[in-house]
Design a protein around this ligand. Sequence first.
Ligand code: HEC
Length: 211
Amino acid sequence: MPDNAVPMREDNKQPLKTGEKLLFIVAGIFLLFATIAFGIMQYVMATSDKPIFEQKTHYDLSAEGQKGSLIFRVSTCTECHRAMRGGTNMGNNLDGIGSKRSLAWIESFLRDPETTYGHVTMDHGPKPKQAFFVAEMTEEKRHLMAVFLSELISEQGSASSPVPPKGESPFIDSMVKTWAPDEWKEKYTDIRDKPNNATASERINEQTGVK
Ligand code: HEC
């Protein structure tokens, strides 16, 4: 046997290389931290009296809205949408939509999605788009669903609200100062300067030109 030959080991195992050891150590540390962090999060969630994810949308359904909510659920809208905290996030989250869109807008969208959006849509619209059936539902059903959706309200300043939080916001001021081009500042008025009696959807309609 030549001097430099590697002797065959009986169990046929090779020792780990330094890089491999390092990889396992890093992965191990990562897993350990993830487990500890998960444990801490569960503990905080179980003992804190404040909810971790603050709910900033609410609903108070009228009789029509309740009927609409039932139609919404049985029509498989929740396969793509989230509403009243149930459903999926494949399409838009519709919680809070009533603060952003008017009843007339929602009805118009359900009937005629692309014209209402003013551009091509992904799932709503004519066949073979997946949500083609929405525009083919009866006008009454679409109306009731639109009423339901228009009653899903968001708090001002929440992610689904078109209006920023009340009061001064140094963060928004600095973002506008840094990022908004001068041309926008001349063209648009600051949404926060609108009179307080304008509703959220009036404000957004004016900004976007969507009625
Ligand atoms: C296959 C998935 C899918 C299904 C099913 C579906 N939607 Fe949608 N929905 C979308 C997507 C994606 C959008 C964004 C517009 C687009 O690209 O089609 C949207 C947009 C909307 C909007 C406009 C939201 C906004 O503010 O811009 C409304 C309202 C809406 N859907 C209601 C419904 C209702 C009511 C149903 C059931 C009758 C339904 N959708 C079923 C995927 C779906």
